[in-house]
Design a protein around this ligand. Structure first.
Ligand code: SF4
Ligand code: ZN
Length: 304
């Protein structure tokens, strides 16, 4: 028998396992958007004349984040949105997803920029991969991407940089940093309320939304996105933590939320205990760093 929505009598579109509700299309959209708006408010007031950039890869999470930011801020003509795509130089993957980023920005009337590893870092991920370094491609990619986004966001005079990290990503990052004993990194996971000189603070509108709900939202709202896996993702350390979080969630629905809520409860304490280090300018590239050289420059030297 077809299940009906827990809020009305329409046929249900989906079952939300962690809270036991069946939702029709309209109630799913409401449920989804309500949580995003609530979390954006929690992440700090958007000041008048703000400039916000959305880091958009063309995948479902970033594209959904772009559409939500547009619908939330279209009633605020003083707020300007931009889209920034980082082209890491991954043939057959990123070149395809960029088209979706451009197309979605165009549709929403948002100015779009592409920055490439080749132009800012001087290499591509395909070239990095040829080195078969034991660190794995993602260690390079994450650090280089951060530099590219930060540089472009600063150039545009942006106050906040939006990323499409979802609940699954957050739970994985929290567990991974705990397991690695990297408390400093754990303390600095976004969203960032405090501004550090030279670093554009992050806003994470989808941090409480499970990945599958993002995909469903994109489908029911007819939002086009690039649906493919990066060829280097199989070597990512994060993969182990994805399996652990999926397994925990399967056995005990709601675990991802509990991990995030526990983190939120101790985040301020962590921040007090591990305050951000004084930042200087990297001797080579000028980006903010607590060392002499920034991490991107250290990694660049490693493969040169
Ligand atoms: Fe970069 Fe790794 Fe993501 Fe591929 S999976 S885009 S290499 S971080
Ligand atoms: Zn540097």
């Amino acid at each position: 028998m077809t299940k009906t929505c827990s809020n009305c009598k329409k046929p249900a579109l989906t079952f939300i396992r962690y809270n036991g509700t069946h939702l029709c299309r309209d109630h799913f959209i409401k449920y989804f958007e309500k949580r995003v708006k609530k979390d954006i408010k929690k992440q700090g007031k958007t000041k008048n004349n703000s400039k916000i950039a959305v880091a958009i890869s063309g995948g479902k999470d970033s594209v959904v984040a772009l559409h939500l930011m547009h619908s939330i801020f279209e009633k605020r003509p003083d707020v300007t949105l931009f889209g920034i795509t980082v082209d890491e130089g991954i043939k057959g993957y990123r070149d395809k997803s960029i088209k979706y980023a451009v197309e979605n920005c165009k549709k929403l009337g948002i100015k779009h920029y592409t920055v490439s590893f080749k132009e800012i870092i001087g290499t591509t991920m395909d070239e990095v991969a040829l080195k078969r370094d034991e660190l794995g491609e993602c260690s390079y990619c994450g650090v280089f991407r951060r530099i590219c986004l930060n540089q472009k966001a600063k150039e545009l005079g942006v106050n906040k940089l939006v990323t499409g990290h979802n609940l699954d990503d957050m739970a994985q990052s929290i567990l991974m940093n705990f397991a690695n004993g990297d408390m400093k990194k754990l303390a600095r996971l976004g969203p960032h309320k405090k501004v550090q000189p030279g670093l554009v603070p992050r806003m994470l509108p989808l941090r409480t939304i499970p990945e599958k709900e993002n995909a469903l939202y994109a489908i029911v709202k007819n939002i086009s996105f690039h649906d493919a896996e990066c060829p280097y993702s199989t070597r990512a350390l994060r993969g182990n933590f994805r399996d652990i979080v999926d397994d925990l969630e399967y056995q005990n629905p709601g675990t991802r939320h509990s991990i995030l809520n526990s983190y939120d409860a101790i985040k301020d304490l962590l921040f007090d205990k591990y305050p951000p280090a004084e930042l200087n300018k990297c001797k080579v590239c000028g980006e903010p760093t607590s060392q002499e050289l920034c991490k991107a420059c250290i990694l660049k030297q490693r493969i040169s």
